[in-house]
Design a protein around this ligand. Structure first.
Ligand code: ATP
Ligand code: MG
Ligand code: FE
Length: 350
């Protein structure tokens, strides 16, 4: 089916169009530069930017794909989680398109979409797949028997998300927002010379929090280390601190992901979310999966961060698998749990 996906959960207005498992176009307008001077996303600014960008981005996507709206078979939209006002712009737009075109509407989970985007990159997901979602707001290990309706959480962060840790450490190092890509780049010129803590990886923590993460202690350790050096009048090497911090995050993530695959007897690991764009994470995950005989699937970096293609991909899967559509009461659910793939009351579609 030809499905158009709309993503507006944060600061990216994303419109993607897929035909089944084939990506036709991924159009994005970002308001990130408007937020950068505030050091974080400003919800009100993001909502207004979505409203302005929606129609132009939609038109650009259709033009680039050579698709007319009347050719579409379905509309999918992020219904949560995310910023409430930002989500409402996408949800309202999707409802309007669904009614005007007389085609089914699928209100889907942003987080499941970070997993489903891999299908347009690498083909159908093995069932089950172990998905590691590492983004600005989440860090979870998910057992995914079927991405359209069955996602189980094995563990998640008990404090900061991985992307949040990257952004906070970037700030400590004086790098711009959002910090993840800047830390990644700085780390390439650095050496892993500081042994920063690996949260929840030893002793009793490994029993009680086997597949959970904790990054707030690491973030504190980095800022303390930087403060101490500065107090002693020692110049810090931003590349070395970035490389050492990144190594600690990536070590914990990949170690627990591989362990989860092994213990749950799952042969494929999918990594999604903005932090999956990290070059060191991609390299270490590949090494450790190769060593453990696990198939690793990570989409190209541009599909790891927020985009419309991911939402279109999950929408197409919903249609292919015959999942019920959402009705027009579909809400914007800012705190939608990771285990709910779809929201809105299901309606029967013939
Ligand atoms: P969520 O998906 O949990 O709702 P989000 O949509 O805001 O959160 P994403 O767009 O998936 O998050 O990811 C953004 C995060 O990814 C930011 O924290 C950003 O710093 C981080 N990130 C992006 N590129 C990289 C990179 N190369 N290395 C590390 N982190 C990165
Ligand atoms: Mg973003
Ligand atoms: Fe995201």
């Amino acid at each position: 089916p030809l499905v158009l996906g709309i993503e507006t959960s944060c600061d990216e207005t994303g419109i993607g169009i897929v035909c089944g498992e084939e990506l036709l176009v991924d159009a994005i307008a970002s308001s990130v530069e408007e937020h950068a001077r505030f050091g974080g996303v400003v919800p009100e600014v993001a909502s207004r930017a979505h409203l302005e960008a929606m129609v132009p981005t939609l038109e650009r996507a259709c033009a680039q794909a050579g698709v007319r709206l009347q050719d579409l078979d379905g509309i999918s939209v992020t219904s949560g989680p995310g910023l409430a006002g930002a989500l409402m712009v996408g949800v309202a737009s999707a409802k309007a398109l669904s009614v005007a075109l007389g085609i089914p509407l699928y209100g889907v989970n942003h987080l499941a979409s970070h997993v489903a985007v891999d299908i347009v990159e690498h083909g159908p997901l093995p069932e089950p797949t172990l998905a590691m979602l590492v983004s600005g707001g989440h860090s979870s290990l998910l057992l995914v028997p079927d991405v359209t309706h069955d996602i189980r959480s094995l563990g998640s962060t008990i404090d900061d998300a991985a992307g949040e840790a990257f952004d906070k450490v970037a700030r400590v190092l004086g790098l711009p927002f959002p910090g993840g890509p800047h830390v990644d780049r700085a780390a390439r010129d650095g050496q892993v010379v500081i042994d920063f803590p690996r949260g929840l990886t030893t002793g009793r923590d490994m029993q009680r929090h086997r597949f959970d993460f904790s990054f707030s202690g690491l973030k504190t350790a980095v800022s303390r280390w930087v403060e101490h050096q500065r107090a002693d009048g020692v110049a810090i090497s931003v590349p070395d601190v970035a490389a050492s911090f990144q190594e600690a995050v990536v070590d914990v993530l990949t170690r627990k992901a591989v362990l989860a695959c092994t213990e749950h007897d799952v042969a494929a690991l999918q990594v999604g979310g903005g932090v999956a764009a990290n070059s060191r994470l991609r390299a270490m995950a590949q090494e450790r999966c190769d060593a453990a005989g696990i198939e690793l699937r990570i989409p190209r970096p541009g599909l790891c961060t927020d985009n419309g293609a991911m939402v279109a991909s999950l929408g197409a899967q919903m249609m292919i698998k015959g999942r019920p559509a959402s009705d027009l009461s579909l809400p914007a659910d800012s705190s939608m749990p990771v285990t709910d793939v779809q929201s809105g009351l299901p309606v029967h579609v013939d």
